[in-house]
Design a protein. Structure first.
Length: 155
């Protein structure tokens, strides 16, 4: 009985011993490695998602501009801008044709980088109008993530 109780006591001491500092450091190192891998793979995807969102927003705004043109017989001027999709412009010819509630609920969204979309009519790149975001840098032109995202067909 005495021998059995010593074995039981040894087993019980092992169970109560807990984890060592080395074991804790190994677990933390593994977690840090997994976190680094996740961050390396997710951050570039976030940037690509912003570009995709800008393209989707531009498509939605284009559709609203086309609906505006159908009702009002012309696109808003550059001076009226995208605000014409939210409220009736003062200098419009037939305000009674304006859709109740406007063409974009809440007005034109900001681009994924927090800036307003640029609307230019007539279009400088071959379309009736240009609608674009200045990209991550907020400056015209650029490459990669800083490139402008617009409704034109890329060359």
């Amino acid at each position: 009985m005495n021998r059995k109780s010593k074995i039981e006591q040894a087993i019980q001491r092992r169970r109560q011993r807990g984890i060592t500092l080395v074991e804790l450091l190994v677990v933390l190192s593994i977690l840090a490695l997994i976190s680094a891998i996740v961050v390396i793979n997710i951050l570039p995807e976030q940037d690509r998602a912003r570009v995709r969102k800008a393209k989707i927003d531009i498509g939605v705004i284009e559709t609203a501009l086309d609906q505006y043109r159908l009702d009002m017989t012309r696109y808003p001027t550059s001076e009226q801008g995208l605000d014409a999709l939210r409220t009736v412009p003062r200098d419009v010819r037939q305000p009674e044709n304006y859709r109740p509630g406007g063409y974009l609920r809440g007005g034109a969204p900001l681009d994924p980088w927090g800036s307003s979309y640029v609307y230019v009519i007539p279009g400088e790149r071959g379309g009736a109008f240009d609608l674009y975001s200045l990209g991550a840098d907020g400056e015209p032109g650029g490459e990669g993530l800083d490139a402008d995202v617009g409704n034109w067909i890329d060359d």
